[in-house]
Ligand binder design. Structure first.
Ligand code: ADP
Length: 369
């Protein structure tokens, strides 16, 4: 078992900088939880507090229901792996992995057993007697993970683990770390600034901003039901389009008005706005893949067809990204690559009104999805 609980945890660095505020989180046994947010949002600080490398200013940290605030790092059964793996270049991979155990005066047979087991999990058997500097950077990173595995911790913490790797190795290692997690059956907490990495790896993701949790959800939950504009804008690439619109009621219908455009909302969404938002401004959010230029779609949703001027058309193989202006506002659409649209064209494009998100203009919190 290795569950983890953070209760009202705060970290204030000397000098007055509050890096983490009122952090509440329950991590289940064997979960793969990701902390994600822009650089400086407090991911490392949180991981280091869990590891015991940073003192907790306020609040409580429990591992398996035991309060560990005052427990030394080495007695917490938690291992942290950093992007900066700092391997010993003169030692073999085997000795790099065994080093910590030797320091702990663990028996040679036990050390061998643990290193071989770790090498098997990491698929590194063929490299055990090589020096790390002849290995590729992803394999060196695996050696660093191996050093943590042989300690047999209850919880693995990983801080920007893949940031040093080239783009293609990063993507490969995502799957590899997922596989290692499944083999080990241990609790993983993984910090990254990369939303795509977070979405691909986490069973649950904690989105952080300025030391404050914005939302804790599954990747799908974050994508489909972002709680506020920050999460909506941070998760997903290209970013969600945001535009300020005015809510108008005409007869029984609710419209969103911006520029020359009036978009009729479907009844389910309209109902929510009738309550307090009529004649007010809101922020409309629409993901690039929910803007469509196919004839069939334009015919299907005539009341959400807009005119767009194309600035750039980026052909990416499977998709084409259209960077465009609608009433002088910038929009991005992700459309089928068969589309033949060029920079300078003026096209018709329809919003899928069923996929609209709306946000309160003042609080930036979601009104509806
Ligand atoms: P992240 O890992 O998300 O990039 P950090 O946890 O490293 O964020 O940093 C959170 C905030 O705390 C940042 O503003 C950073 O400058 C500050 N910070 C981090 N470490 C220290 C420290 N040792 N002393 C003072 N401020 C720090």
């Amino acid at each position: 078992m290795a569950s983890l609980k953070l209760k009202n945890v705060c970290k204030k660095y000397t000098g007055g900088m509050t890096a983490v505020s009122d952090f509440n989180l329950d991590v289940d046994d064997k979960e793969f939880l990701v902390l994600v947010g822009p650089s400086g949002c407090g991911k490392s600080t949180t991981l280091r507090m869990i590891a015991g490398l940073e003192e907790i200013t306020q609040g409580e940290l429990y591992i398996d229901d035991k309060l560990v605030n005052e427990i030394e790092a080495r007695d917490r059964d938690v291992a942290i792996v950093f992007q900066n793996y700092a391997l010993y270049p003169e030692m073999t991979v085997f000795d790099n992995m065994a080093f910590g155990l030797k320091m702990q005066k663990i028996y040679k047979d036990e050390i061998e057993k643990r290193v071989y087991e770790a090498a098997k999990i990491l698929d590194m058997n063929d490299f055990l007697y090589k020096k790390p500097n002849i290995l590729s950077s992803d394999k060196q990173q695996k050696v660093a993970i191996g050093r943590a595995i042989v300690r047999q911790p209850k919880i693995f913490l990983m801080d920007e683990l893949l940031s040093n790797l080239d783009a293609h190795l990063r993507v490969q290692m995502r799957t590899e770390i997922g596989r290692i997690h499944r083999m080990l059956q241990k609790t993983f907490i993984y910090g990254t600034h990369d939303q795509a990495e977070a979405m691909a790896m986490g069973t649950r993701v904690v989105v952080m901003r300025d030391g404050i949790i914005q939302q804790i959800d599954t990747p799908q939950g974050l994508y489909e039901k972002p709680r506020n504009m920050f999460v909506a804008g941070f998760i997903g690439s290209p970013q969600m389009n945001f535009i300020t619109a005015k809510v108008k009621k005409k007869g029984n219908e609710i419209y969103l008005i911006f520029g020359e455009n009036a978009i009729k909302l479907p009844p389910a969404k309209a109902k929510r706005l009738e309550d307090g938002y009529v004649d007010k401004e809101v922020v409309l959010g629409i993901r690039p893949e929910n803007l469509h230029n196919e004839e069939a779609f334009l015919a299907l949703m005539p009341e959400s067809v807009l005119e767009a001027k194309i600035d750039i058309a980026e052909m990416l193989g499977a998709d084409t990204f259209l960077y465009m202006r609608i009433n002088d506002m910038n929009f991005t659409a992700r459309v089928n690559s068969r589309t033949r649209v060029m920079a300078g064209d003026t096209i018709k494009i329809a919003l899928d009104v069923n996929k609209i998100h709306l946000f309160d203009i003042e609080t930036e919190n979601a009104i509806l999805h």
